[in-house]
Design a protein around this ligand. Structure first.
Ligand code: SF4
Length: 244
């Protein structure tokens, strides 16, 4: 803000508002979905409306943990932390938890003003208008092995976004059948199949064997001809560590 800029009451409120940020890190190579291999900074927001059995980010989900460990940061503070990490990295990924729980409209506006492009990772349960302004929305509905139920009314709204892509993590054959149903329901949306890996089972040989298994299923399935099959690149590179 320049010294001559006048703040409207609405802008003053949005600048004072804080968000629970569990971690800010990067730049790293994005490990998943449509953005795989892209150089990005990450902001991980606390809290989630799901609690998946195999969640690898429970430190951003469990309310008591988030309440104790998350920093409450304003838009200005988040933008400053990102600049300090790297002012030139083109992408910022907003992740969680479920970042769509929060009203991030002011943050999106700020990051765009600073020349960043924005990718969002969400399971597609809470629709927000600010999502329309982001460049890439990776929507990751959760398969049966997660223990969660899919909200198809919300998912329909996400799938109608021109900037959306769908990604399903697959741990077993029931998950694969779910992924197949999702792809058939939204054939116009770019679709990514990704190998699931429980924390602690992230050695390279196991990950590649699972990728081979998932790829074989898709290759033999005419309905999945348009699906792109990916490993979790970040797990291959860094393991299931935090902050990468
Ligand atoms: S939706 Fe994502 S962050 Fe939330 S519990 Fe499931 S895996 Fe974890």
């Amino acid at each position: 803000m320049t010294s001559t800029e006048t703040l409207t009451p609405k802008k003053r409120v949005s600048q004072a508002r804080t968000f629970p940020v569990v971690e800010i890190f990067g730049p790293v190579l994005q490990g998943e979905g449509r953005m795989i291999g892209a150089q990005t900074l990450f902001v991980r927001f606390g809290y989630c409306d799901y609690k998946c059995r195999w969640c690898d980010s429970l430190y951003a989900v469990t309310p008591e943990v988030v309440h104790e460990h998350a920093e409450r940061l304003t838009v200005d503070e988040i933008a400053a932390r990102l600049r300090a990490l790297n002012p030139h990295t083109p992408w910022v990924t907003l992740s969680g938890g479920n970042p769509a729980i929060h009203d991030l409209a002011a943050l999106v506006e700020r990051l765009h003003a600073e020349g960043r492009k924005i990718a969002v990772e969400t399971q597609g349960t809470v629709f927000r208008e600010w999502l329309r302004a982001c460049e890439v929305i990776t929507v990751s509905p959760k398969p049966p092995s997660s223990g969660m139920m899919t909200n198809y009314i919300q998912l329909d709204r996400f799938a109608a976004l021109p900037n959306a892509n769908l990604k399903v993590v697959v741990f077993d054959e029931a998950d694969y059948a779910y992924a197949r149903d999702i792809h058939l329901r939204y054939p116009h949306v770019p679709f990514y199949l990704q190998v699931g890996n429980p924390v602690g089972e992230d050695d390279t040989a196991t990950l590649l064997a699972k990728l081979d298994w998932l790829g074989s299923l898709a290759l033999a399935d005419p309905a999945m001809g348009g699906a792109i099959v990916l490993p979790q690149l970040h797990v291959l590179l860094y393991g299931n560590r935090r902050g990468v």
